[in-house]
Design a protein around this ligand. Sequence first.
Ligand SMILES: Cc1cc2nc3c(=O)[nH]c(=O)nc-3n(C[C@H](O)[C@H](O)[C@H](O)COP(=O)(O)O)c2cc1C
Length: 273
Amino acid sequence: MTGIYVFSGTGNTLKCAAALRDALAELGAEAVLHEVKDGSEKAAEDDLVLCYPVYGFNAPLPMLRFCRGLEAGRGGRVWFLKTSGEPLRLNDNSSAELTRILRKKGFDIRGEFGYIMPYDIIFRHTDEAASLMWETAKRRIPAAAKAIAAGEGTLPAPGAAAKLMSVICRIEHGFYPVNGRLFRVDKSKCLRCMKCVESCPEGNIRYVNGRFKFGGRCVCCTRCAFGCPADAIHIGVIDFMRVNGPYDFTRDPQKAEPIKYCRKAYERYFSEQ
Ligand SMILES: Cc1cc2nc3c(=O)[nH]c(=O)nc-3n(C[C@H](O)[C@H](O)[C@H](O)COP(=O)(O)O)c2cc1C
């Protein structure tokens, strides 16, 4: 039995993880999908697939907490499934800290699979580009399932730049809870639907006496602002990077315009088998 543990801020990683579970089922390999919220969850299965979105060239804090909480010495094989907005090799070192923690506990790290999915911060991809990303991920995920079912996989060999970026950007992770306290709700837009309060994986948003309160546990998953039906949530000093509203993954991927930023890297990724 394989346990697929997913932290997903805005749903991209969850989509890929569910596709992996289905691809494993097609191969007759049983897998159960569990959502990781704040990382305090426990894992019972021997084989684990840990799924996360890349944040600042690293794994998000809830996934780090989850790995720190795993029992040492029980053994087991681990694969990573990650999603990222950029098809850059700079993301290659994102599992390094998870790997270090897990190896110390005696886990056998077998491989990593990475899929490009649309940005939930920085800028908005077009729906056609998002559809192309999703179609590409769906095309590639069965190969990951095959590798996992066979107990195989490969790990990226991060270059010096990727290592440097991930070390530098760990500072960014310390900034998230500080910035999270600066989140605010535009009352003139807010529908009081409480979606942000109910969906925050960290339980960091409260509504008290008619006011929204953002605590100190923000991991910058952007779920609150991305999922706000009124686009009423400002995300602190990085508000200029806010992306709001779900992507429509059903658009015609053939109509996706070339992505201007990192164009060659995206093209290479989309054309690879
Ligand atoms: C705080 C934050 C930092 C991010 N940093 C990176 C990054 O370093 N590299 C990258 O390619 N994408 C980055 N992204 C984009 C996400 O990895 C990407 O959109 C991912 O698919 C989101 O997955 P989710 O919907 O499961 O949360 C970042 C997103 C957020 C919210």
